[in-house]
Design a protein around this ligand. Structure first.
Ligand SMILES: Cc1cc2nc3c(=O)[nH]c(=O)nc-3n(C[C@H](O)[C@H](O)[C@H](O)COP(=O)(O)OP(=O)(O)OC[C@H]3O[C@@H](n4cnc5c(N)ncnc54)[C@H](O)[C@@H]3O)c2cc1C
Ligand code: FES
Length: 322
């Protein structure tokens, strides 16, 4: 049974238990959010001992070489002495505006803190000051915008999302760290067809990637499929339609599972609609964001439709069970 040494105390880690679970069982809470290796909120560093390679998935090589690891997916194979990591500086930003996009989604715009840089489509980790609760949110803005933009879906009983949705007001300061993630536009092949698919606030990173591609002069076709259960759950419809009128290479298809779709949209399952509309995805660069189940199903579909795995970029909005 490996031992975890943290802040001078030793804790036994049961077999098949992660560092995060073991410490939580002993009443020690590390910062965490997704609990599945996606958000890097639980980034830690082994001061003594070697973390398993599997606990370093998605980390930069330079961080992995310095024994950084993700506590939520680290099942130690030997004794570890660990410390919390502080590789990302914390930023503080004033909320400029808060707009309700539909019944369950708000758009937040912040001032850009000095020194903060990002690529459109990356995400940040927002920290609630009262208890340091941390959650990941994708940036919907592009670096040339004079603000940072987030789209927040209100999750029933959700601690962070209901706080952002109901409590935080324009003029208040929020803290965050990041950016993280590698789901962003690559400008190496401006003729390539881009396929962007997302449900709900999965539109946030896709909105950034789309506008970044257009700003950088992408010439290949760009197909965006944005899905919701029903028309009332869609948002930014007029803005996206205007972009499709302005840029002939861009097409926008709103998709709804139930009821009538808006004009120019499709009714059905978003996992099937892009394949039915486009046929083969061979040679496409594919971006999939939002609900993890939809993202995983689409990943398989995209691969079977001819997209190469290395051309499929995804940001599943994974969340941990209560
Ligand atoms: C890389 C990444 C990017 C993300 N980007 C965005 C974004 O741009 N916009 C956005 O709105 N969210 C985004 N998320 C999700 C976000 O981080 C939170 O998980 C979400 O806001 C819920 O947090 P909460 O504290 O409100 O809920 P919690 O208090 O953590 O959860 C409350 C309950 O709701 C359940 N739950 C949590 N989330 C969901 C969900 N989506 N659907 C159903 N049940 C749920 C939990 O299992 C729990 O039972 C992203 C997540 C990741 C990993
Ligand atoms: S990566 Fe560990 S909590 Fe998200």
């Amino acid at each position: 049974m490996p031992t975890i040494r943290f802040e001078g105390q030793d804790y036994f880690c049961a077999s098949d238990e992660t560092v995060l679970e073991s410490l939580e069982r002993h009443g020690v809470l590390l910062p965490s959010s997704c609990k599945s290796g996606a958000c890097q909120t639980c980034l830690s560093r082994a001061i003594k001992g070697k973390p398993p390679a599997a606990s370093q998935q998605g980390l930069k090589d330079t961080l992995a070489a310095q024994n950084y690891f993700l506590a939520c997916i680290c099942k130690p194979e030997e004794d570890l002495e660990i410390g919390l990591a502080s590789v990302s500086p914390k930023y503080s930003a004033t909320l400029i505006s808060k707009d309700q996009m539909n019944e369950s989604i708000v758009r937040l715009r912040f001032e850009i803190p000095d020194g903060f840089t990002y690529r459109a489509g990356q995400f940040i980790n927002v920290i609630r000051p009262s208890d340091e609760l941390t959650r990941s949110y994708s940036l919907a803005s592009i670096p040339s915008d004079p603000f940072l933009e987030l789209h927040i879906k209100r999750v029933p009983e959700g601690r962070m999302s209901t706080w952002l949705f109901d409590v935080v007001e324009a003029g208040e300061e929020l803290s965050f760290f990041g950016p993280s993630g590698d789901c962003f536009y690559l400008s190496d092949d401006p003729e390539r067809t881009l396929l962007l698919i997302g449900a709900g606030t999965g539109l946030a990173p896709l909105h950034g990637i789309l506008r970044d591609a257009l700003e950088q002069g992408h010439r290949g076709d760009i197909h965006l499929f944005h899905a919701s259960l029903a028309t009332a759950g869609l948002y930014l419809i007029d803005e996206l339609r205007e972009l499709s009128e302005q840029f002939s290479q861009f097409s926008y298809t709103p998709c709804v599972l139930h009821g009538d779709s808006p004009e120019g949209g499709k009714q059905g399952n978003v996992v099937d609609i892009p394949g039915q509309a486009l046929g083969s995805f061979t040679g496409y660069r594919v971006y999939l964001c939002g609900d993890p189940q939809i993202v995983n199903a689409l990943k398989q579909k995209a691969f079977l439709a001819g997209a190469s795995m290395q051309d499929i970029h995804s940001d599943p909005f994974v969340f941990s069970p209560a």
